[in-house]
Design a protein around this ligand. Structure first.
Ligand SMILES: NC(=O)c1ccc[n+]([C@@H]2O[C@H](COP(=O)([O-])OP(=O)(O)OC[C@H]3O[C@@H](n4cnc5c(N)ncnc54)[C@H](OP(=O)(O)O)[C@@H]3O)[C@@H](O)[C@H]2O)c1
Length: 258
């Protein structure tokens, strides 16, 4: 099926690695024009060049920087933006007794700014599109909190709630808003944790043990491309009647039936 993404323009935050990078590549493969950002210029340069790709350094916590990124991206692509993937971010591995006020403030700032700043900046362009779609990259933690990720779990639940509000309020502008809730996906987040764990297990063995310990039904971590397919599907104009919902991409680690 033709997803009707060709010649449309999509913004993906955090496209230099993992899920964001896989989404950038999937959109380019579909013939779309893509703009992406990250904080580190060298990592962005690592994506490689493409005549339908625009990159810029930008921290999603900085509202002015996000405004400038979105404006520059639109200018690069005929003033058009058809969709937005709010992906940039990372999780905070801390339990209640380890968290400080700064942990709570920084985590909530990253998660909420990472959605609100791009949505606010892109809204006029999205309103002008005939098939506007926003996808928020979230986590099953939003519905199933984990004590070892207490700030991230709480922030993720808030973002799922915010996504519903955005879907309701932006529908009048013709903008759909949905979420993908990830389980454990094999990206830079997990290679960094493997390195920090100081384990003698090689990465494949460590991953297999992790999948067993966490009770992942499919018995393995997910691949970034497997998330990208879900994101691209929700971005597609073919998903024109889907808004205000979330799709778990988690290999069955999610226990919630909602
Ligand atoms: N992998 C998982 O198991 C998993 C599970 C649940 C949810 N998630 C969520 O999925 C999203 C993608 O994660 P990933 O696993 O693909 O991580 P990743 O490989 O570490 O990639 C994260 C991307 O976000 C960018 N980024 C981070 N903070 C940023 C900021 N403040 N402003 C702009 N860009 C920023 C990074 O580039 P720079 O560092 O150069 O800025 C990078 O491009 C994240 O929101 C993560 O929390 C992941």
């Amino acid at each position: 099926m033709d997803l009707d993404l060709a010649d449309r323009t999509y913004l993906v935050t955090g496209g230099s690695s993992g899920v964001g990078l896989a989404t950038v590549r999937a959109l380019l493969d579909e013939g779309a024009r893509v703009a992406t950002c990250g904080r580190d210029a060298d990592r962005l340069a690592g994506i490689g060049s493409h005549d339908r790709l625009f990159t810029a350094t930008c921290d999603v916590r900085d509202a002015a920087a996000v405004q400038a990124f979105v404006r520059a991206a639109a200018d690069a692509f005929d003033g058009r933006i058809d969709g937005l993937v709010n992906n940039a971010g990372q999780s905070r591995m801390k339990r209640l007794d380890e968290t400080t006020r700064d942990d709570w403030r920084d985590e909530l700032d990253l998660k909420f700014s990472g959605v609100l700043h791009p949505v606010q900046a892109a809204r006029p362009y999205l309103t002008a599109s005939d098939a506007a779609s926003v996808v928020n990259v979230n986590a099953v933690l939003a519905k199933q909190p984990e004590p070892r990720l207490i700030t991230t779990s709480a922030a993720r639940a808030g973002i799922l709630n915010l996504s519903k509000s955005l879907a309701t309020q932006l529908a009048a502008d013709g903008i759909r808003v949905n979420s993908v809730c990830l389980g454990l996906i094999d990206t830079g987040q997990w290679t960094r944790r493997h390195a920090a764990a100081g384990t003698r297990l090689g990465y494949p063995q460590w991953q297999a043990q992790l999948a067993a310990d966490r009770g992942i039904a499919l018995g393995r971590l997910g691949r970034a491309e497997e998330v990208a397919y879900a994101i691209v599907t929700l971005l597609s104009p073919r998903a024109s009647y889907i808004t205000g919902t979330s799709i778990d991409v988690c290999g069955g680690v999610g226990r919630s039936i909602l």
